[in-house]
Design a protein. Structure first.
Lengths: 154, 106
């Protein structure tokens, strides 16, 4: 099966490019990124604040097993409906630092659209930390699941 | 985990990336590698040592000479690091698509 989501991390650069084609009109894809209620559904996070406009800002809070596991925030620099969002993103208490994100929404035809996210990190080392994170959290989650199963057996 | 971190450090340097590119084409001796760079020879040797420690390079004795080979398996480990990150986004985007398809029908 072809991979819908592609990640390009060129050696020697401090950026990542994520691209994905959606079976959705560009208006709906953009809406998924600009309305709090929808972000909450697909990101599985609580949206504390979201001002989808130029000079706006946002705050997310994700809980895991009833505890706040992860907080993120950023400043929204530019919003052009159905075209682009330029914003910063910072995961609190993580070694990744602040990143600058350029989100480009592109209409392919009436029913499909493409999202390109260019993420710029402070350095190549910060980008490496980002790539290590899901690897580590994936292990943690697998470990937690194992713990749950063990607890049930007790 | 420590070994993987080292691989990332290994490719963080432009000279080391140059050495990897050079050796991807053919195995070379330390002297032949150094002749491709303006950097002082001991510095190049240090880079070769780091790459060898991270197993990105393999040594092979041929007569009196030691040839350095590129180890593609180790390079794959770096790609393997990106894969969990990609899968995380793939899952999120699939969710986005599902949520928005439902939203459309309302």
């Amino acid at each position: 099966m072809e991979q819908k989501t592609k990640i390009n991390a060129e050696a020697g650069k401090q950026e990542l490019v994520i691209t994905r084609t959606f079976d959705l009109p560009v208006e709906l894809l953009f809406k998924a990124y600009s309305e709090a209620e929808l972000i909450e559904q697909w990101m599985g996070t609580k949206v504390i604040k979201l001002e989808s406009k130029n000079h706006g800002s946002y705050q997310f809070e994700t809980s895991y097993q009833g505890k706040v596991a992860f907080k993120a925030n950023g400043t929204i620099h530019t919003v052009v409906p159905n075209q682009k969002i330029i914003r910063t993103f910072e995961m609190e208490n993580a070694p990744i630092g602040v990143q600058l994100e350029f989100l480009t929404f592109e209409k392919l035809n009436g029913d499909t659209s493409k999202l390109k996210i260019q993420i710029i990190y402070q350095s190549e080392e910060h980008r490496a930390e980002q790539l290590k994170l899901p690897f580590a959290s994936g292990l943690n989650m697998a470990h937690d699941r194992l713990q749950e199963i063990i607890n049930k057996l007790k | 985990m420590k070994l993987r971190r080292d691989v990332f450090q290994a490719i963080a340097d432009p000279t080391r990336r140059g050495i990897l590119l050079l050796l991807a084409a053919q195995p070379l001796t330390a002297g032949a590698i150094a002749s491709n760079f303006d950097t002082a020879r001991p510095t190049v040797s240090k880079h070769i040592q780091i790459l060898t420690e991270c197993e990105l390079l393999k040594q092979e004795q041929q007569g009196r000479e030691i040839y350095y080979h590129f180890n593609p398996q180790k390079m794959k480990e770096i790609a393997d690091f990106i894969e969990p990150f990609r899968q995380m986004w793939e899952a999120k985007f699939n969710k986005l698509e599902a949520v928005m398809k439902k939203y459309k029908k309302k």
